[in-house]
Design a protein around this ligand. Structure first.
Ligand code: PEP
Length: 249
């Protein structure tokens, strides 16, 4: 399975940062990695990012509404993201679940909207610190898979992002054992529900991935790529993470 290295810029990025996308696209063109590369800038930059990337890397959105169109001030539909040139959308990021009260059902509806629009959905799940401490990490992730992953999943239309909440932006990545255990569990849940199709869905790890830990994380079983927040804003570090994927070749 070809890994996916995805960068989530969150609410960061103005016109000058398009130069970072240009630099990463150039790096990818010069030394083609054994991975697909995706950057999700703020939606204000998507169209220009697509132009700058010129097909060398993919550009995605960070969220969408479930509706196609309508009276939802400030909302962006999956169709609008696609129209802007996005190939992918992140749904159910823990920040959206936490700050905007997103439920599993809403996340599933957003993932369905992405499939409707013909773009890839990266469906994020992950346990809290207290769930992990109470030994409930696997059941929490299993519940989120059941509730947030819609019917009709296909490997070409979806990926799962496993992002333990306590590892996001903290500098404390999950251990190899923790990542391997949860990824194996997610795979089991996907296969139990979707059969052969569930075997092909990429499962990304996210949470304090950096140039130092990326190589070993990417080499773990069932890790189909990484979802990178903070380090995707630093071009040299993101390029180093991209280069780390050769460990997976
Ligand atoms: C994220 O927010 O998706 C993320 C993984 O952030 P970070 O890499 O900064 O932990």
């Amino acid at each position: 399975m070809r890994p996916l290295i995805a960068g989530n810029w969150k609410m960061n990025g103005l016109t000058p940062q398009l130069a970072e996308i240009e630099a990463i696209a150039t790096c990818v063109a010069e030394t083609p990695p054994f991975a697909d590369i995706l950057i999700c800038p703020p939606s204000t930059l998507i169209t220009r990012a697509v132009q700058v990337a010129a097909g060398r890397i993919a550009i995605g959105g960070q969220d969408c509404r479930k509706e196609i169109a309508g009276a939802f001030t400030g909302g962006i539909s999956a169709e609008m993201l696609r129209d802007a040139g996005a190939s992918t959308v992140i749904v159910g990021h823990s920040e959206c679940r936490q700050h905007y009260g997103e439920t599993n059902a809403l996340v599933a509806a957003k993932a369905k909207a992405a499939m409707r629009a013909g773009i890839l959905a990266i469906i994020c799940i992950g346990e809290t610190k207290s769930q992990r401490q109470e030994g409930k990490a696997l059941s929490a992730c299993g519940d989120q898979i059941s509730g947030s992953v819609p019917e009709g999943i296909t490997s070409s239309a979806n990926a799962i992002g496993y992002e333990p909440l306590w590892a996001i932006g903290t500098g404390e990545s999950a251990t190899h054992e923790e990542i391997a255990e949860v990824h194996a569990h997610i795979r089991q849940c996907l296969v139990a529900r979707f059969g052969a199709e569930g075997k092909k869905v990429r499962i990304l790890y996210g949470g304090s991935v950096d140039p130092i830990n990326a190589r070993e994380i990417l080499a773990l079983p069932e890790v189909g790529g990484v979802l990178v927040g903070g380090e995707s804003l630093k071009t040299a570090d993101f390029e180093a993470i991209i280069k780390a994927v050769s460990a997976k070749a």
